[in-house]
Design a protein around this ligand. Structure first.
Ligand code: URA
Length: 424
């Protein structure tokens, strides 16, 4: 067998055998298949797809290319959560605090941000002293004692996926349903939790653009989960506009604390409650209505807030030392109108530009910078109104473009204000 045979087979839309997949994927992992041939195969997969059997095989190769975390030392049921990523997405921190406060164990391995989306680990590292590199024993001890711990993904977790993902990132082969499903699920299975809730994002700011794609990937990820005896549930949620009111690492931690203190009521809060309820339903084996009540109770009584603080302290974080930039710049609207849309992708890129994300893996993040959104969908705006506030590195910073263009506005017709879409 040669790599050319495998590429041609997939180019013609034929199913690859286990031997074909081992030869190509493991060959790439071990260095016997070069980047250019693997890229050609990945592109053929993007264009022709994969059968469920092929996806299961690739996922298995990825899982067993590294270690599978043994969580048998954790007392009780473990529930994990994954989001396919978005701008301002701090749901992991909110949801894990709520779920852990209700007695469910949440052993969480999270990633860093790349491109226009932020990563949970970067957000946590804006808290001085916070350690995301606990060793196995300390991780499991903390999950048992506190109920949850959040650490960075180790290089030993599905390293084949890491290598293939890096190649997909630069060869236009990220947006493939079978490849995304196997990539995400290999890491989730290797992370060892018993049950998994997946937040599948769809929209302009997400990898998946249509409902159909989101439904198909949900089906596939559930099937992979079942194959490994894991209970998997999915929620399809929107990623057209930034989630919540803050984008940027320290700013997002402050927003998490506000939400856990019941000071906000918007789409992000509703989304976090819905995801938490799904995890509680799975973890405690109760009805979704019951789970919703418990989630509300945890927030109302301050238990979720306390749990977040406990986790931060257990991982060495000094929340009192959290700082945002002292330099701010209000963005004034250059147009008048009724906001009907906001471009999550452009806000993500702006946060990156301010220094809140990485353009390359080596870049250092500035945790203090970011954006606080002051106007949202449904608001009426006059020329000169503050649309958002930028937290910047230097006082003389000037945006390179008119940020008003990130908002789609309809001309104001009469005085009646439409329903506020950000409050559900
Ligand atoms: N996130 C992943 O981990 N893998 C993908 O392929 C896409 C998003």
């Amino acid at each position: 067998m040669t790599m050319m045979d495998v590429i041609n087979k997939k180019r013609l839309g034929q199913e690859l055998s286990e031997e074909d997949l081992e030869f190509s994927f493991l060959g790439y992992f071990r260095g016997t298949v070069p980047d250019y041939q693997m890229s050609a195969l990945l592109m053929a997969i993007c264009l022709k797809g994969m059968t469920d059997e092929e996806v299961l095989k690739v996922t298995d190769l990825m899982i067993h290319s590294g270690e599978v975390l043994d969580l048998s030392g954790v007392d009780g049921v473990t529930v994990d959560k994954h989001s396919t990523g978005g701008v301002g997405d701090k749901t992991t921190l909110i949801v894990s605090s709520i779920v852990a406060s209700l007695g469910i164990k949440v052993p969480k391995m999270s990633g860093r941000g790349l491109g226009h989306t932020g990563g949970t680990i970067d957000k946590l590292e804006s808290i001085p002293g916070f350690r995301t590199d606990l060793n196995r024993e300390d991780f499991i001890r903390q999950v048992n004692q506190v109920g949850f711990a959040i650490i960075g993904q180790t290089p030993h977790l599905a390293p084949l996926d890491k290598k293939v993902y890096a190649l997909r990132d630069v060869t236009g082969t990220v947006e493939s349903i079978p490849l995304i499903a196997s990539s995400i699920m290999s890491k989730k299975i290797a992370s060892g939790a018993d049950k998994i809730v997946l937040d599948v994002k769809v929209g302009k700011g997400a990898l998946l653009k249509t409902q159909e794609e989101a439904l198909e990937i949900s089906r596939l990820m559930k099937k992979i989960g079942e194959h490994y005896g894991k209970e998997v549930d999915t929620m399809i949620t929107y990623m057209d506009i930034p989630l919540g009111t803050s984008i940027g690492n320290a700013l997002e931690i402050l927003e998490v604390m506000k939400i856990l203190s019941n000071e906000e009521n918007n789409y992000l809060v509703a989304l976090s409650k819905a995801l938490a309820a799904k995890m509680v339903q799975l973890g405690l084996g109760i009805s979704i209505e019951d789970a919703h009540h418990r989630v509300e109770e945890s927030l109302k009584t301050g238990k979720a807030y306390q749990k977040f603080m406990e986790m931060v302290e257990a991982q060495g974080g000094n929340i009192g030392g959290l700082r945002v930039s002292a330099y701010t710049k209000d963005v004034l609207s250059t147009k008048a109108g009724h906001i009907v849309d906001m471009d999550a992708y452009r806000f993500g890129k702006l946060s990156l530009e301010l220094g809140g994300g990485r353009k390359t893996k080596e870049d250092k993040i500035d945790p203090k910078v970011g954006i606080v959104l002051k106007k949202k969908i449904g608001d009426d705006v006059k020329v000169g109104d503050v649309l958002c506030t930028l937290y910047v590195k230097e006082p003389e910073y000037e945006p390179k473009e008119d940020i008003t263009d990130y908002y789609t506005m309809k001309k104001l017709s009469g005085s009646k204000k439409q329903e506020n879409l950000d409050t559900i």
